[in-house]
Ligand binder design. Structure first.
Ligand code: SAM
Length: 211
């Protein structure tokens, strides 16, 4: 690991919550959860922007939704997950860490669950599900985002492949990486949002509606 990254990650250990213990579980069981530096960046955006209603696409074991909810008891997180095993683990984690009042999980494919939330509005959307689908999630759910609301998309540099697609041999991964490239180009040219990309961890896009 790069030295600066290792140094900063060590510093962050001084500031850990008990939810952080799930990271070891996720690593052991190959559950992809948001990287630590990225998480801290998003948490800081939440402290600055102060969203009270957050929509997350991709719950996995509930790690990021609990980290967001833990910032402030006013925060309500709606999170969508399609995998039944993940749903069960997330539910038990929400109970174990006592977040049932703040986090509402929708069980199903996010591409089919729009109607479940269509009467709500959100201050922030975190897109962290199937990486080839980020554009579809963005188009489907951002009509529910308030003006000046923030969309955060994780993994926009996917394993260093997005900047260097020629090294990818696997056809399926290549297809996905191409979609991420298209998504990034579409995002930066989207006149309804102002987007900034960050080169931390697996790459992060921060888009603000209407700025
Ligand atoms: N946000 C989580 C965290 O940081 O703790 C990690 C989410 S993980 C990277 C992605 C999750 O999205 C997986 O659990 C996967 O089952 C789920 N997923 C993928 N495509 C989905 C879809 N179309 N609808 C709902 N969930 C989806």
């Amino acid at each position: 690991m790069e030295k600066n990254q290792a140094y900063l990650l060590n510093l962050l250990d001084y500031n850990s919550t008990n939810i952080e213990e799930l990271r070891a579980y996720a690593e052991e069981n190959d559950v992809p959860i948001v990287d630590r530096m990225t998480l801290e960046m998003i948490k800081q955006i939440i402290r600055i922007h102060k969203p009270t209603k957050i929509l997350e696409i991709g719950t996995a074991i509930g790690y990021s939704s609990m980290q967001f909810a833990a910032i402030n008891p006013q925060i309500q997180v709606t999170t969508i997950e399609r995998n039944e095993q993940m749903q069960a683990q997330a539910s038990s984690n929400f109970e174990r860490y006592n977040f049932q009042q703040q986090i509402h999980m929708i069980q199903g494919d996010a591409l089919e669950q729009f109607d479940t939330v269509k009467n709500q509005t959100f201050d922030m959307i975190f897109i962290d599900a199937a990486k080839a689908q980020s554009k579809k999630f963005f188009e489907l759910y951002t009509p529910l985002l308030k003006q000046n609301g923030v969309v955060i998309t994780d993994n926009i540099l996917y394993h260093d492949f997005v900047a260097d697609i020629d090294v990818v041999r696997n056809r399926n991964i290549k297809q996905m990486v191409k979609k991420i490239q298209k998504y990034n180009e579409w995002l930066i040219q989207n006149d309804s949002f102002t987007t900034n990309f960050l080169n931390i961890d697996d790459g992060l896009a921060i888009s603000i509606k209407g700025e």
